[in-house]
Write a protein that binds this ligand. Sequence first.
Ligand code: GNR
Ligand code: NI
Length: 173
Amino acid sequence: MALLEILHYPNPLLKERSLPVETFDAELRQLAEDMAETMYDAPGVGLAAPQVGALKRMVVIDCSAHEEPADLIVAVNPEVIAREGDCMEEEGCLSVPGYFAKVARSARVRVRYQDLEGQTQERDADGLLAVAIQHEIDHLDGTLFVDRLSSLKRSMFRKKYLKMLQQQELEEA
Ligand code: GNR
Ligand code: NI
């Protein structure tokens, strides 16, 4: 059990494409466990391996909030195989703390992935779970939610956010 360090924008690792997982071993299970612990501690509803510096196609998601029992999904090599409808919900990201914006996504998705045993699974999702799945798969392709904003909003984000980071550095110096 270990809490992992979450990388923040503009860390270049967040722009990398993660590699497919081919080996379903104890090391992968340990990473999944540590990612889940890190997600719950943050707290967040999802976490992708590249956010903790591991360029592997694996994500953990739990949108059950405070409901019991918790519904932890560990999805290896996840892909959206069908999508339907459109939505525009406010998103945040543990790698971009303090910034929130509405992002256009599909409203409903069917996702295919492998579990930690390597067994193929499929699952339908809507609402926050559908948004979170799309947000996490984006991380595996090196895409952050701010990359999906209009170019005007994205350039405003960059200016504001980099300025805020500079200010924080000054305060910490
Ligand atoms: O905790 C998170 N909340 C969230 C809210 C709306 C849309 C997406 C998310 S994912 C985010 C955690 C995170 O950054 N995962 O990569
Ligand atoms: Ni994120």
